[in-house]
Design a binder for this molecule. Structure first.
Ligand SMILES: Cc1cc2nc3c(=O)[nH]c(=O)nc-3n(C[C@H](O)[C@H](O)[C@H](O)COP(=O)(O)OP(=O)(O)OC[C@H]3O[C@@H](n4cnc5c(N)ncnc54)[C@H](O)[C@@H]3O)c2cc1C
Length: 411
């Protein structure tokens, strides 16, 4: 059975459609994750020249992040990892379709993928059902992060400014005497102006921006809107959930664990598929000698209550305890070195994992533009009606936002 958690087609971005007058307009994109970078590439393809991507952290990718868990060259994703399709190449090709720039090489998007059917366990019990129905695709030696970097970032890198957190977005400026509609204030006090702004910060950051009881720690990293966001949008930001979550990688002497073990029962997983704790073989199918066991906990007591407030070292120990509980103490016996912990709730410019389903009404509101002429456009996985929480959903929304921006500039 084929499945694809990916839009069938992506918004078309006709080459160089922009008029000479619109070409000079300034677009600022906030955030260099998948959505922001796809927006930038789409704008470039359509002929927009003045595009600046402001990224708060010191690297691109956002929730696409790769690490080296050992001293070897093995690189693994600690954010998005799976393509969630039985035909990953089709997904990657459709994400890039219609985005070629002059001089692009058609072969550049080719990357080796692994489509596999992991043997599922619930605790110690093998699940024939899940083993039969669950098929996955992931990168063989590349990662989601490196794929985004090679195929998208490389083409727009001159437009991207790292270490540039935006602290305030002032919209509804009067456009007298050629004044721009949006002012973007950076954390260092610098002010940039834009005719159109595309905001791709995660929902976790938007939640912080409207929180009444901001602690000094969250306030220092958060973003403000001036004037305040419309009430309807604030309600939608409150209503959609973006729960905590983390991934921990352990290097083990022996592979004592099956392909994939769920710490939750099948019943719990089926009732709430977005709340899970999984321990799985992170090097499965990668033809590597290293044994890397990953624990991912999202939206449940492992990710939130139990781990919340712990230091990175304590989180690593707690995750090892889960492994020991599942595999009779084998984790502690086999562990090499320290666990590698990626806690997404603690990332100052992310604050959570991905958005969970909510009402369509609220989801639709998250993707609506604001400002007198709609000059602030929102994008990011959280604005996707059908493919939220996924990399292709984030890419789609970036492309959609670019088209909206070009439409606005033509008005
Ligand atoms: C643990 C985990 C596992 C996942 N697994 C999968 C998977 O297997 N498959 C899948 O398809 N998806 C998966 N996802 C979801 C996927 O990673 C996201 O849907 C996607 O990467 C979101 O892209 P985005 O551009 O919308 O947001 P982001 O990637 O979060 O990008 C937003 C950017 O905005 C920046 N930013 C924030 N605030 C500011 C500011 N004030 N100024 C400037 N910049 C700012 C951030 O630093 C960030 O770079 C997973 C996510 C997590 C966390």
């Amino acid at each position: 059975m084929q499945h694809h958690f990916c839009p069938k087609s992506f918004p078309s971005t006709p080459k160089d459609i922009i008029s000479d007058e619109s070409r000079r307009k300034q677009i600022v994109i906030v955030g260099a994750g998948a959505s922001g970078l796809f927006a930038a590439l789409s704008l470039k393809r359509m002929g927009v020249v003045n595009v600046t991507v402001l990224e708060a952290s010191n690297d691109i990718g956002g929730r696409l992040k790769a690490v080296r868990p050992t001293s070897s060259d093995l690189t693994l994703d600690v954010g998005a990892e799976w393509i969630h399709s039985t035909d990953g190449s089709r997904v990657l090709n459709s994400m890039m379709e219609g985005l070629a720039l002059d001089g692009d090489n058609d072969e550049s998007n080719k990357v080796e993928l692994i489509t596999y059917q992991p043997k599922w366990y619930f605790g110690k019990r093998r699940s024939k059902l899940m083993t039969t129905i669950y098929k996955e695709t992931k990168f063989k030696s590349a990662t989601w992060y490196s794929w985004l970097k090679d195929n998208v970032y490389e083409k727009v890198k001159d437009n991207v400014e790292l270490n540039s957190p935006v602290s305030e977005i002032r919209y509804n400026n009067k456009q007298e005497g050629g004044e721009k509609a949006v002012e973007v204030v950076l954390a260092n006090g610098e002010i940039r102006t834009a005719d159109v702004l595309i905001c791709t910060v995660p929902l976790g950051i938007l939640k912080q921006s409207i929180a009444k009881d901001r602690t000094s720690a969250s306030a220092s990293a958060s973003l403000q809107f001036n004037p305040a966001l419309p009430i309807k949008l604030q309600e939608a930001i409150h209503a959609i959930d973006m729960p905590p979550g983390l991934r921990v990688l352990f290097q083990m002497k022996e592979k004592f664990y099956p392909d994939l073990t769920s710490a939750n029962s099948l019943f719990t997983l089926l009732c709430n598929p977005n709340e899970m704790t999984l321990a799985y073989d992170a090097t499965l199918g990668k033809d590597r000698e290293e044994n890397i066991l990953a624990v991912v906990a999202i939206g449940n007591e492992h990710a939130g209550k139990r781990f919340g407030g712990m230091s990175t070292c304590e989180v690593g120990k707690e995750a090892l305890r889960i492994v020991d509980d599942l595999f009779d103490g084998q984790g502690t016996v086999n562990l090499i070195g320290e666990p590698l912990v990626q806690d997404w709730s603690e990332e100052p410019f992310i604050r959570g994992t991905y958005t969970f389903p909510g009402s369509n009404r609220h989801r639709r509101t998250l993707g609506q533009s604001i400002g007198e002429s709609g000059q602030v456009i929102f994008a990011g996985e959280h604005t996707s009606m059908k493919y939220h929480s996924l990399v292709p959903g984030a890419a789609y929304e970036g492309r959609r936002a670019a088209l909206d921006a070009v439409g606005m500039m033509a008005d």
